[in-house]
Design a protein around this ligand. Sequence first.
Ligand code: FAD
Length: 475
Amino acid sequence: MNEYINIIGGGLAGCEAAYQIAKRGIKVKLYEMKPKKFSPAHSNGNLAEIVCSNSFKSNLLTNACGLLKEELRCLDSLLIKTADKVRVPAGQALAVDREMFSKIVTNSIENNKLIEIINKEVISKYDDNEDKKSKNIYLEDLIEDTITIIATGPLTSDSLSIGIKKLTGEDELAFYDAAAPIILKDSIDFNIAFYGDRYNEEKKKDESIEEWINRIKSDKSDYINLPMNKEEYENFIYELINAQVAELHSFEKREIFEGCMPIEIMAKRGIDTLRFGPLKPVGFEDPRTGKRPYAVVQLRQDNVKASLYNLVGFQTNLKYGEQKRVFSMIPGLQNAEFVKYGVMHRNTFINSSILLDNRYNFRKKSNIFFAGQITGVEGYVESISSGLVAGLNATNMVKNSKQIIFSNETMIGALANYISTLNKNFQPMNANFGILPELEGNKIKDKKKKYEELSKRSLEIIKKYYNSEIYLNYE
Ligand SMILES: Cc1cc2nc3c(=O)[nH]c(=O)nc-3n(C[C@H](O)[C@H](O)[C@H](O)COP(=O)(O)OP(=O)(O)OC[C@H]3O[C@@H](n4cnc5c(N)ncnc54)[C@H](O)[C@@H]3O)c2cc1C
């Protein structure tokens, strides 16, 4: 095994990983295809380009992304420290001057003597369209005998995607994310919602009404159901079809709508389309009325802990604010907390739930790590966090020292754990409090207080890591 580490992709995750590795005295070869080739969303020649919003979201510790950033600050993240330096006014959010941000990160990486930047696209030998020249840099060569981190992001080049597909298996690489919103279970109104799978809910002959209601309420089946009457359904459809949709980038339009139908488009086909599709009430009786509802929205369990549920069939392209407004009209969701909104965008990501472990290490070939959005973490800060974890563990692999697995009680560890836990319906995930284990002892009712306590618990653990020898591991 070579004594240096390859990183493919000089975006947010790749740069964080490079910094962490070089800081610990190991050489890095960083392959970045810009400025020779640009993805459809990248446009400047610098590393760590911010492709869209200039916000790294909230800085508050009562916000999950705020906690993740604070953890990263404690762990000496180059990218979060840089973001803090080039902050622009945005209330409680950490927004940055995007040009200065990329420039400072690029300078830090370029000036690091242990990091060599190679401005070339990494391609695959399995790509029949590529000219096979001796000068090409092939994924298959890089990963043969060198520890390699693949951090090429949601817009990984086509040729490299072919190579990654070969590594992961045909079905384990997705090219767009058409996901439904995810809701915190604790925020659902169970005076309206009931558990149950279709047809299991009918009253048994020998059951009293009370027994029947108790059975339904205590039944922890995979689905939570939200019944609607005619008026509720029709009002909902009206708002859904008139809600504002998010702009798609031109490169996204064709691919997305061919592959998956957003719920708002389906609803426009006719008032009853959803009632005969994902909202069909067949097989259910509403325990409050004893009758079949007019329509039923189903929520499916999204994590092992059963703290998160997704809205079945609700892939959507509505603007986030509109999702909150319109989906909160569904009975039982009036106070719902959305930990992730539905999205429909180009997004290359692997099925980490079977392919990676909680160090972002590839299970099928241990000298490979993945980092960034391609692992199914979603967002700038989340991508940075995975770059840090992959970088640390790749370093320790070269040094033959202990691997670092962050506790599930930290946001950085919980994210790594989420993406690497078996999940039949694996979809990308952002930082949210629903993926952290509950606090021990008394349940705190007040949400803000609870999040403060969860953050406090996490930061105490993170500080211990930072002071521990296995984390520091400097030359
Ligand atoms: C259009 C779009 C908008 C987004 N907006 C937001 C947002 O507003 N907020 C948010 O939090 N998240 C957003 N994201 C999601 C995500 O957080 C960002 O994409 C983030 O930059 C991901 O970091 P990364 O390091 O994984 O990938 P990137 O930052 O994209 O870095 C990957 C790098 O790899 C390079 N590369 C690709 N293929 C190759 C190859 N074959 N060889 C060599 N180099 C290669 C690319 O040029 C790029 O520099 C958005 C994503 C997209 C696609």
